[in-house]
Design a protein around this ligand. Structure first.
Ligand code: SAH
Ligand code: SF4
Ligand code: F3S
Length: 441
């Protein structure tokens, strides 16, 4: 019997999606075949996220469903990958007997071995974190791609230890990937027809590659990737406000193909809360970085992440967040209610003392305000022309094409015979808070 069809389901951030492509590559090399239907698979992997409690709850729920699938299909192998596997380790094997494999983010090279162990009647576990692993030599298999845009991991781990955050514990030490392997991967993607790459790391500003006395920082790396071809768009995520340099902003300004969109998570507008969070900047320092973006990159969009209801957050702290949002006029935001994560600094030292209904109320106010700011931002774009990189048909209709402009806004327009990967200039005629709608010119 051929027992070699695998299926990967990915949760969490872009890093995890990128990691799943690495897992697919490792397994494909060993003769396994990736498929898109879990019911046909011999091996099912869930690549998991621990960032908030509800992220983990969703996965536990999914494991229940897999329990009944495994009853019908006894040989089915089920594996947990990623951050939740790293956080809960062997504990999960007892609690979730449906699981055969537990592998953390730095253990993916070991997967073929772990599968062999399971085939021999054992469980397969590896949650060892590494200070060096970057999977630099592995060419990801882009199994779920639109053929136009791709992620490239440029670093792994995080050592910022924001008080609320589980990432440093589940992703380990910060390490940068060999600059040459990144530029090579981006060049190959361009030759295959890709037109956009997003360079990924938890804190890309601290990218640093040293070899033979030469240091490549993130600004240098970004420029090297931009120089591959003017038709290759370059994006990156995520920037940390405490070290977003003018040097980097100037590199972005110099190259039309480096997208004018910066994701700069602020988390809170209150200095007291920013201090408690160990973010390493103040409201004023954040505002200074926004002013630098406005000065060096006029027309650049700015998006953010915000946490509502962190420990000890007063009504005034919350108001500071709202007023900062207004001051910046964010184009987009990801907004969350604080979720205490076991063993983080905040869980050990602070009380999660904001009642759920207050967190909910504050989050609601933040979301409502952002809705207004996003609409305002899109209205500013009415009657302007933008270069749009076509990604495919719009979700609603095959008579509409969709893609994004440099500012990372979704643009929809009547199909023109263009194909994914084409650049089309679109005049914006209408908008919602989420989309620009126009005509190709
Ligand atoms: N490295 C990135 C973000 C990684 S996690 C950065 O530093 O900005 C993505 C977002 O999840 C964070 O920006 C934060 O807003 C949110 N987040 C992280 N931990 C959280 C928690 N415990 N509760 C609620 N939101 C959280
Ligand atoms: Fe988490 Fe902070 Fe690291 Fe981002 S920078 S991953 S929020 S610890
Ligand atoms: Fe989640 Fe891990 Fe990303 S915790 S947000 S998948 S780094």
């Amino acid at each position: 019997m051929n027992r070699k069809k695998f299926y990967i389901e990915t949760y969490g951030c872009q890093m995890n999606f990128s990691d799943s492509e690495i897992v697919a590559s490792i397994l494909t090399k060993e003769g396994y075949t990736g498929i898109s239907d879990p019911l046909e698979a011999d091996i099912i992997f869930l690549n998991t996220c621990s960032i908030r409690d509800n992220a983990e709850k969703r996965i536990l729920h999914r494991l229940q469903a897999l329990r009944s699938l495994k009853k019908k299909k006894p040989g089915l192998v089920v594996g947990l990958l990623g951050c939740m596997a790293e956080r809960l380790r062997e504990d999960l094997l007892e609690k979730e007997p449906v699981l055969d494999i537990i592998a953390g983010p730095d253990a993916y090279r070991d997967l073929p071995l772990l599968i062999r162990q399971v085939n021999a009647g054992e469980k397969g576990v590896n949650t060892q974190l590494s200070a060096e692993e970057t999977y630099a030599d592995i060419t990801p298999v882009r199994y779920d791609s639109n053929g136009v845009s791709a992620f490239i991991s440029i670093m792994r781990g995080c050592e910022n230890f924001c008080a609320y955050c589980v990432v440093p514990y589940v992703r380990g030490r910060e390490r940068s990937r060999d600059e040459h392997s990144i530029v090579k991967e981006a060049s190959e993607l361009f030759s295959q027809g890709y037109r956009e790459v997003t360079l990924l790391g938890q804190n890309v500003n601290s990218y640093r590659w040293e070899k033979e006395g030469i240091t490549v920082n993130f600004a240098n790396l970004l420029e090297k990737v931009a120089l591959i071809n003017p038709l290759l768009r370059v994006r990156f995520a995520t920037s940390h406000p405490k070290d977003l340099s003018d040097e980097l902003l100037e590199v972005i300004a110099r190259h039309d193909n480096i997208c004018k969109a910066i994701h700069l998570p602020v988390q809170s507008g209150s200095n007291f809360i920013l201090g408690m969070m160990n973010r390493g900047y103040t409201r004023e320092m954040y505002m200074d970085r926004i002013s630098a973006i406005r000065r060096i990159l006029p027309g650049c969009s700015i998006s953010t992440d915000i946490i509502a209801g962190f420990c000890d957050e007063s009504e005034d702290d919350h108001k500071d967040t709202l007023s900062l949002m207004e001051w910046v006029g964010f184009d987009a935001a990801y907004m969350f209610r604080y979720s205490e994560r076991p063993d983080t600094f905040a869980a050990d030292r602070y009380k999660d003392n904001i009642p759920d209904e207050v967190k909910e109320q504050r989050l609601r106010e933040i979301i409502d305000l952002q809705q207004k700011l996003s609409l305002k931002s899109n209205r500013r774009d009415l009657h302007k022309n933008f270069e749009v990189l076509v990604e495919g048909f719009s979700k609603r209709s095959s008579e509409q094409l969709s893609g994004r402009n440099s500012q990372n806004k979704m643009v929809v327009f009547p199909a023109t015979g263009n194909r994914p990967g084409d650049y089309v200039t679109v005049n914006v005629e209408r908008c919602t808070s989420a989309t620009l709608i126009g005509q190709a010119i």
